[in-house]
Structures are given as structure tokens and as C-alpha cells.
Write a protein that binds this ligand. Structure first.
Ligand code: C2E
Ligand code: MG
Ligand code: MG
Ligand code: MG
Length: 255
């Protein structure tokens, strides 16, 4: 990959970012479409850069994947996500937590062990954790990745297919992966509901998959989620990715 000097500097700074505590977890709530209650959160990483302010993942995840820091970053996000969710559980908020994982993490055979150890360390119930993977074509899914996904399922961890509808994922792929959830990409949620999509979602629901609508920015988008019979909705209409403290007030209001 070609790097500008800008990227080269960022890459250099990124190397120590996890150790320096500059990577933090934000959380975006997910509501149950029927009750409107917050039932889960997605952990999303941010880089509190000393000079550039808060950086979104698109500025540094590709770099982290390239320089190998994605493993330390991913381990941190798992612990931060499960740890924060456990803290909420202890205060009576039984939220599920979703953590994004890179395909590179699933390629490492030690990843499953890392997940198991992290859950144990923060005493978090695996059934409340879902790992979000961005779809790749079935041929790209290696033997190691498949084995990792199967082992994670056996632990009780949920597997979500993120950004569904943007790439190669088909309903057939969903059949071959031990998925428990599908996250409909915002491009599907934000446009008028098409019969073909209704059919795909019905099929997923029929097979016991949880369906989450992403990118719900307006009442109309939430209506699309309802029309599609999605279980959960996530988006700026409900709340942006927020700090745990910011979410505390939202949770307190909901009682
Ligand atoms: P994603 O997992 O699909 O996360 C959803 C993205 O959509 C987030 O962007 C979120 O802030 C944004 N979003 C939420 N609601 C709305 C909405 O109503 N409208 C629109 N237009 N966007 C909305 P963010 O936080 O910038 O993250 C971007 C991507 O970076 C994520 O997409 C995920 O693929 C990746 N990512 C984030 N955190 C991690 C991480 O800890 N590890 C890895 N490997 N990837 C991560
Ligand atoms: Mg995600
Ligand atoms: Mg997504
Ligand atoms: Mg519409």
C-alpha cells in the first residue's frame, strides 16, 4: 500500500496508541424495535489523538490491519466492551454487547482462547456477547476462520454478519456460517422496502437469526425496520456512538 507522509506519521503514532491508552471504546445503543428499550450496545473504537482530537476508525483501522496492531487493538476492544457491559449488568442493565472483529483476528488460532479468557477475566456471560464480522465471500472464508467461528459458537458467543447487503453476502452464505445475527446495512434500511429484501429478512428470521437495522437516522428509517420485521434498530435517531457516561443518562431515563 502506498503511504503519504501523513499516513506514515499516523502509522508511527498508532504503534504505541493502545499502550498509551489513547484507544477508547464508544458505545452505540440498539433498541428493541417493539418496546423501544435499549437492549444492546455496539462497541466502536475511537483514537483520542494527542493533537488531532477524536479519530474515527476509518482513519486508522486499515493502518492497524496493515501493521499488525489490529490484534492488540481488538483484544483491548473485547475487554473494554465486555467489561463495560458487565458493569452495566451489575447495575441492573442487562445489555448485550457487540464487538467488531477484523478478519485477521479470526485467522489467528489463538483468538478463540483470547475471547474465552477475556470473558472469564471480566466474568461476562458469553451469551450476551456478539462478534460482528464483515461479510466476505464464502471462498474467502478459510478453514481457520470457520473453525474459530464454530468454536466461538460453542462458547455461546453470537456471530453477526455486519453490513449485510453491501458485498458478497447472500442468504446462502448465512446458511454456511454459524451466524446468529444479520445487520442490514444502512443502504438497505434507508431506502424504501423492496419485496426481495422482505423475503431475505423473513428467511433469516424464520431460521432464528436476529435481524438488526443499521443507520436508522429518521422516523421513516425506523418505519422501514418495522416493515421488515427487524428485531433491533441502531442509528443516529436513537443515539450516536457515545461514552459510557453519556449512555448512563439515556439508560437512567428509560428506567
Ligand atoms: P460498523 O461496524 O458497520 O459500525 C457502524 C458505523 O456506522 C459506525 O461508524 C457508526 O458510528 C456509524 N453509524 C451509526 N449510526 C449511524 C447512522 O444513523 N447513520 C450513519 N450514516 N452512520 C451511522 P464508525 O464508528 O466510524 O465505525 C466505522 C467502522 O469501523 C465500523 O463499521 C467497523 O467496521 C469499524 N470498526 C469500529 N470499531 C472497530 C473495532 O473495534 N474493531 C474493528 N476491527 N473494526 C471496528
Ligand atoms: Mg459493526
Ligand atoms: Mg455495519
Ligand atoms: Mg420510505
Amino acid at each position: 500500500m502506498h503511504h503519504s507522509t501523513e499516513d506514515a506519521r499516523l502509522l508511527d503514532e498508532l504503534s504505541g496508541a493502545v499502550d498509551r491508552g489513547e484507544i477508547v471504546a464508544y458505545f452505540q445503543p440498539q433498541i428493541d424495535v417493539h418496546s423501544g428499550h435499549v437492549v444492546g450496545v455496539e462497541a466502536l473504537c475511537r483514537w483520542v489523538h494527542p493533537h488531532r482530537g477524536l479519530l474515527a476508525p476509518n482513519h486508522f483501522i486499515p493502518l492497524a490491519e496493515e501493521n499488525g496492531l489490529i490484534h492488540a487493538l481488538g483484544a483491548f476492544m473485547l475487554k473494554a466492551g465486555a467489561g463495560q457491559a458487565e458493569a452495566w449488568h451489575r447495575r441492573g442493565f442487562e445489555l448485550d454487547v457487540s464487538v467488531n472483529v477484523s478478519a485477521l483476528q479470526l485467522e489467528q488460532s489463538a483468538f478463540v482462547e483470547l475471547v474465552a479468557e477475556t470473558l472469564l477475566a471480566v466474568s461476562f456471560d458469553p451469551h450476551h456477547l456478539t462478534l460482528e464480522i464483515t461479510e466476505s465471500s464464502p471462498v474467502e472464508t478459510s478453514v481457520t476462520t470457520r473453525a474459530s467461528l464454530e468454536a466461538l459458537s460453542s462458547l455461546g458467543v453470537g456471530i453477526s454478519v455486519d453490513d449485510f447487503g453491501t458485498g458478497h453476502s447472500t442468504i446462502d452464505q448465512l446458511r454456511t456460517l454459524p451466524a446468529t445475527e444479520v445487520k442490514l446495512d444502512k443502504s438497505l434500511v434507508q431506502r424504501d422496502v423492496e419485496p426481495q429484501l422482505t423475503e431475505i429478512v423473513d428467511n433469516a428470521l424464520h431460521r432464528g437469526l436476529r435481524v438488526v437495522a443499521e443507520g436508522v437516522e429518521s422516523a421513516e428509517h425506523l418505519e422501514h425496520a418495522r416493515e421488515l420485521h427487524c428485531d433491533r434498530a441502531q442509528g443516529f435517531l436513537i443515539a450516536p456512538p457515545s461514552t459510557p457516561e453519556e449512555l448512563d443518562s439515556l439508560l437512567a431515563r428509560q428506567g
